[in-house]
Design a protein around this ligand. Structure first.
Ligand SMILES: *Cc1c(COP(=O)(O)O)cnc(C)c1O
Length: 233
């Protein structure tokens, strides 16, 4: 067990969590949604462990990571110490990391191709674990980005459920950084509805309130909670 977070750091992170949560709740109420239906995923990728620990000590339990290896290096120990943690994989998932992802995460938000879906299903059978899944949609149709094209999303969702037996709960997107996110959020919410999926994962530090107003059920917020990330990304 490492030392508890310093009191001032704990206070800072607890404050940030409360501010973000308050804004989510207000945005949900403004459009007649129940704030309790919006999950705040604290994105802890590349953050120093003391900051994550501060969030845990403040009572937060839902976190997002974008790299299997980094997540593996710290979450098993934290899980042993803080019960009730829910961990979301929100980064591009390589097929050679499928086994580890199934073992570690409670929710895999970046299912975006049949090959990956098939591998995840095989691993789930092997490990007798069944993490919930989201299908990632490349709403901006950016060639360098992961995610299925919007026009192919419904087909992939059906295939994931029917052919591979995945527990698909929703859709996820990361709009192009330079775009107004609102049309992307509206598209994702609409696609989810058409697929009959309740889950809609969208919105980050800069735009989570807009996302909630447009129907997000999961927002992924990093820097607004933990502060600027050290290093790139
Ligand atoms: C890093 C990341 C976030 C959080 O970004 P912030 O701007 O720090 O809130 C959300 N979603 C994904 C997929 C990310 O990689």
């Amino acid at each position: 067990m490492s030392d508890p977070a310093a009191p001032d750091l704990k206070q800072e992170i607890a404050h940030n969590l409360a501010v973000v949560r308050g804004r989510i709740d207000a945005a949900a109420r403004a459009v007649g949604c129940n704030p309790a239906d919006v999950t705040l995923i604290a994105v802890s990728k590349t953050q120093p462990i003391e900051r994550i620990r501060a969030a845990l000590e403040a009572g937060h339990r839902c976190f997002g990571e974008n790299r299997v290896q980094e997540a593996q290096s710290r979450w098993p120990a934290l899980r042993a110490e803080f019960p009730g943690i829910e961990l979301h994989m929100i980064g591009h998932l390589q097929t050679n990391k499928a086994a580890e992802a199934v073992a570690l995460f409670d929710v895999i938000q970046t299912v975006d191709r049949p090959k990956l879906a098939r591998l995840l299903a095989q691993e789930m059978a092997k490990q007798s674990r069944r993490p919930r899944c989201f299908v990632e949609v490349n709403t901006g149709e950016e060639p360098q980005k992961g995610g299925v094209a919007p026009g192919a999303a419904e087909g992939l969702v059906r295939q994931c459920a029917a052919e591979f037996g995945l527990d698909v709960r929703g859709l996820m997107c990361i709009p192009p950084a330079e775009d107004n996110p609102a049309p992307h959020f509206a598209l994702l919410a609409d696609l989810a509805k058409r697929c009959g999926l309740a889950g809609v994962s969208m919105g980050m530090s800069a735009d989570y309130e807009i996302a909630v107003r447009l129907g997000a059920t999961h927002v992924r917020v990093g820097t607004a909670i933990f502060g600027a990330r050290p290093g790139l990304q």
